[in-house]
Design a protein around this ligand. Structure first.
Ligand code: SF4
Length: 915
């Protein structure tokens, strides 16, 4: 039965736990019926400023008590009077007191016209301030130390919103309040500047601040925008919604919509601030054709003719399988769909792949084998419902920062938490258990966990009996394991593993997240299948707060695979070798699509070097910088007759191109991105493409037509409609019905979407258990003796992948170079000090890189990034790969180290010049 409370003596039903503020706003439909200052949509109620005070009585017109509405829950039979003369007077008085300590220079203030303080002062009717001026906020020193964050604390009203945003949203605890009374003031860290503090530049404080006390260099709260456009971040798989302000066709600033389901008013610095690449002078603005070793400007027609002639020639002379394409996980679904359609239906080969190959191909394959589909089983929203989180081989606070911040919040609030990672990553510092295994031993560690679950009887027998198959075989294998041997292999105390396993298996709902630390191994697919085993054996699939949840790397890597940018499955994960499917594609595309599997990316490189692949078309992937074994990749690029590169910038790969086609960035085009939780969201065009560039989808359509295939001009709506006809789980996806928050696939024809997969039965019917024995990586077996250290690669918060975009933004002032993380014991043994340059040598080559000595690393294990081309870390990485999915083994690279001799001086100079 509805519980009733009264607003101005009128009865209304309220929700359990609803605050008076929310209740009154909901019932009246007026967002500002009660003025507020310290309240903010994405922060917990605080009740500090009391501006939201209302009168409350226990009976009609009874004795009234004044209460802060933002944090007082509604109770049954309460009589609420939101705007009595009493509370109006109180609010006015509070505002006068607030204003005594705030400069009244509104006309010249950055937020004039968009200042919450100004609005509330007007709303409560302030005309004068009767109290003497406070002294604290007369300090007009501005903090301009940071490339993005700014502060002018004279404008601070001590509402604590910035402090709470830093604590509750980001979990960084950089901001705090110092002093008392009029001396109260916000400080950063130990009262240092933004740049000196531990600020991660997420901008949550700037967005939360109701005045201009904390802001950013883009003055994101100033009202100079002519238009705002909602779109989706292009960097990582979280898929944050962005509100982009523009004027005169230029981007001014970006904020985060509070009601966005993917990010709830939060972003990291990449989404909010790293947008200045879009009109950077380095952008490519005209097609280029390499003639006699030099790039020459060309018209689009010349470039198209050149490409079409070359592709036709190569196809005639060598057959369609001599041509291949690598699509981009950073471009929308529609463009990926067109790219794979072009390669399949126009060229006539299945030689199409995307960067999922080098990141989550083992996830897709392993989860398809176990569950029937390779995508995340749950939604990020499920973090609210979980009581145990296990993070395996992922560093989300750096690589998926908004989801990472949400996971960190859960860790800090005491949910049972397990981190499996060779590094003591940020989350490990808050985790209940950190299983710091040796790189490459995930399979051994997961086997230990499965062994304990079975041997201790911690499994969910009902789930296993009803929903799965293969358990008896799994059990028989597990019971043969030598746990002491696995302890030796992993380097993790078996008692600790047992304790963590007990915690995971005893949780009501345990949620698993994993990243490239699981997939980028020779046993990557096997580890994924064991993770699926772990979830199934404990009944953690198909329900809220549980599941297996890959943290997808690039923003649309889920979508690129969904759209068929892979050689064995076409659009919608349909098997290209199945005659019925083949017939279906042929009929739909009105073309002859082959029924044999095409090349995966590493096979493309091998085929190029062997002379079997003659043409390669790459969209938005800098394979030279980011794929392993750089020298081999370069050799492959140089071996083909035709290398077409569609790009924003002259990347390391583009330098090897025969033809470069200047594409448009995500801010200049429309389409949809699918984030890591299967959420298909609309990418809306914010500004026109830079002169001379074209949306990648239109480029592909142009070349399809040039080669005789009739494909209508690119519109996101048109292509999405075509996709919905061929991709079964897109059946109900319609451009106009996606709304602001998109839909999570599968989307039924009636438009109903799906938050949790496998609730009743698995996509494949029964979930399949499989056992895999640990096998040492070939890299260690072959080279471990001469190259005794293991280097793993990782990502840093400030940069994305090859860094082509982030290095052209203020991010480069925050993180200026790739560094080598090394344990203090190892550093001492090798005579290396913090800041020294180190020569890291593997069987493939060597690089010089600056050392950072840190106990984050285990002895014998090193770590670095490949964001900067002057280091080219992938010169040393190995092209060993997952035996099943061909994902390269970036995480286990044998190497040796010594202090550098000379090359480091050049590197130091390159870094200094860039900064
Ligand atoms: Fe969000 Fe990821 Fe973009 Fe950061 S990079 S704003 S976390 S989508």
């Amino acid at each position: 039965m509805n519980k009733i409370a009264y607003i101005n003596n009128e009865p209304h039903a309220f929700h359990d736990g609803e605050t008076i503020l929310k209740f009154v706003k909901r019932i009246t439909g007026q967002d500002n019926i009660i003025p507020t200052l310290c309240d903010a949509p994405n922060l917990d109620p605080f009740g500090s400023c009391r501006v939201c005070s209302v009168d409350v009585a226990l009976e009609k017109d009874g004795n009234k008590k004044t209460m802060a509405s933002c944090h007082t829950p509604v109770t049954e039979g309460q009589y609420i009077y939101p705007n009595t003369a009493n509370v109006k007077k109180l609010r006015k008085n509070i505002m006068e007191l607030v204003l005594t300590d705030h400069p009244l220079d509104c006309l010249t203030c950055e937020v004039n016209g968009n200042c919450e303080l100004q609005d509330v002062a007007a709303q409560v009717g302030i005309r004068e301030v009767r109290y003497p001026e406070g002294k604290n906020h007369l300090d007009r020193t501005k903090d301009l130390s940071h490339p993005y964050m700014t502060s002018d604390m004279s404008k601070c009203i001590n509402c604590y919103r910035c402090v709470r945003a830093c604590d509750e949203v980001q979990g960084q605890f950089v901001l705090s309040m110092a002093g008392r009374g009029f001396d109260s003031h916000i400080v950063k860290g130990q009262d240092v500047t933004f740049m000196e503090s531990d600020c991660v530049s997420c901008g949550a404080c700037a967005q939360a601040c109701p005045t201009s006390a904390i802001s950013d260099v883009f003055q994101s709260k100033a009202i100079v925008a002519e238009e705002t456009t909602r779109t989706i971040c292009t960097y990582c798989g979280v898929g944050c919604n962005l509100e982009v302000s523009t004027a005169n066709g230029e981007i001014l600033s970006i904020t985060a919509p509070y009601e966005a389901e993917a990010n709830g008013g939060h972003t990291c610095l990449k989404g909010r601030y790293a947008f200045k690449f879009y009109n950077h002078p380095d952008r490519l603005r005209t097609p280029l054709i390499k003639r006699n070793g030099e790039f020459k400007e060309a018209t689009w027609d010349e470039a198209y003719d050149y490409i079409a002639n070359e592709l036709n020639r190569i196809k005639a002379e060598n057959g369609p399988d001599a041509i291949a394409g690598i699509s981009s996980a950073r471009t929308p679904n529609e463009e990926n769909y067109l790219m794979q359609k072009f390669i399949r239906a126009v060229v006539g080969t299945n030689n199409i792949d995307c960067c999922a190959r080098v990141c989550h191909s083992p996830t897709a394959l392993g989860m398809q084998r176990a569950f029937g589909t390779g995508a995340a089983t749950n939604s990020i929203e499920d973090l609210v419902y979980t009581d145990c989180i296990i993070v395996i081989g992922a560093n989300p606070t750096d690589a998926h920062p908004v989801t990472g911040a949400r996971i960190k919040q859960k860790f800090m609030k005491g949910v049972t938490s397990i981190v499996v990672d060779p590094r003591r990553i940020e989350l490990a510092k808050y985790a209940t258990y950190h299983l710091q295994l040796r790189p490459g031993t995930n399979v051994a560690l997961l086997n230990m966990m499965l062994y304990y679950i079975v041997s201790e009887g911690w499994m969910d027998e009902t789930f296993v009996a009803k929903r799965t198959e293969g358990f008896d075989e799994l059990k028989a294998e597990l019971m043969q394991l030598d746990i002491d041997e696995l302890e030796r292999i992993t380097g993790v105390d078996k008692h600790l593993v047992k304790e963590a396993t007990k915690a995971y298996s005893h949780a009501n709902a345990a949620m698993e997240f994993h990243g490239l630390g699981v997939t980028e191994h020779s046993q990557g697919t096997f580890a994924i299948q064991l993770i699926a085993d772990l979830a199934m054996i404990t009944g953690n699939v198909g329900k809220r707060g549980a599941g297996v949840n890959p943290l997808r790397g690039q923003n649309n890597v889920q979508g690129a695979a969904d759209m068929g940018a892979q050689p064995h499955q076409g659009a919608g994960y349909l098997d290209v070798t199945n005659p019925e499917i083949n017939h279906r594609y042929n009929t739909f595309y009105k073309a002859e699509v082959p029924s044999h599997v095409g090349y995966k990316i590493p096979e493309m490189f091998n085929a190029a070097i062997d002379g079997d692949l003659k043409a390669l078309w790459i969209i938005g992937e800098d394979v030279v910088q980011t794929d392993p074994n750089t020298n081999k990749v370069k050799a492959a690029m140089d071996a083909v007759d035709l290398l077409v590169v569609q790009e924003l910038f002259m990347t390391e790969t583009a330098k090897h191109a025969t033809v470069i086609l200047p594409g448009a960035s995500f801010l200049e085009k429309e389409g949809t991105f699918t984030n890591g939780e299967r959420r298909i969201q609309r990418v809306n065009k914010v500004v026109e493409p830079l002169e001379g560039t074209k949306p990648d989808g239109q480029i592909i359509v142009d070349i399809m037509n040039r080669m005789g295939y009739e494909q209508p001009d690119y519109t996101a709506e048109g292509v999405l409609s075509e996709i919905s006809e061929i991709v079964p789980f897109f059946a109900g996806v319609k451009w106009k019905e996606l709304g602001d928050n998109g839909k999570q696939w599968p989307v039924k024809p009636d438009g109903t979407d799906t938050q949790i997969l496998h609730t009743e039965e698995f996509k494949r019917g029964k979930g399949k258990f499989t056992f895999f024995e640990f096998a040492e990586s070939n890299e260690i077996e072959t080279h471990g003796k001469d190259f005794p250290y293991i280097i793993t690669t990782n990502r840093e918060l400030e940069h994305y992948n090859c860094g082509a975009m982030t290095r052209r933004t203020g991010n480069v002032e925050i993180l200026t170079e790739d560094v080598l993380l090394i344990n203090p014991e190892d550093a001492k043994k090798e005579g290396i000090e913090d800041g020294d340059f180190v020569c890291v040598e593997s069987p493939r080559g060597k690089v010089d890189i600056k050392a950072v000595v840190t106990d984050e690393m285990k002895p014998g294990v090193l770590s670095s990034t490949f964001h900067f081309p002057e280091i080219m870390l992938n010169i040393i990485t190995s092209d060993e790969h997952c035996s099943e999915a061909m994902c390269p083994e970036y995480k286990v690279v044998s190497c040796r180290i010594r202090k550098s001799k000379g090359k480091h001086k050049q590197l130091a100079k390159a870094t200094a010049e860039r900064v």
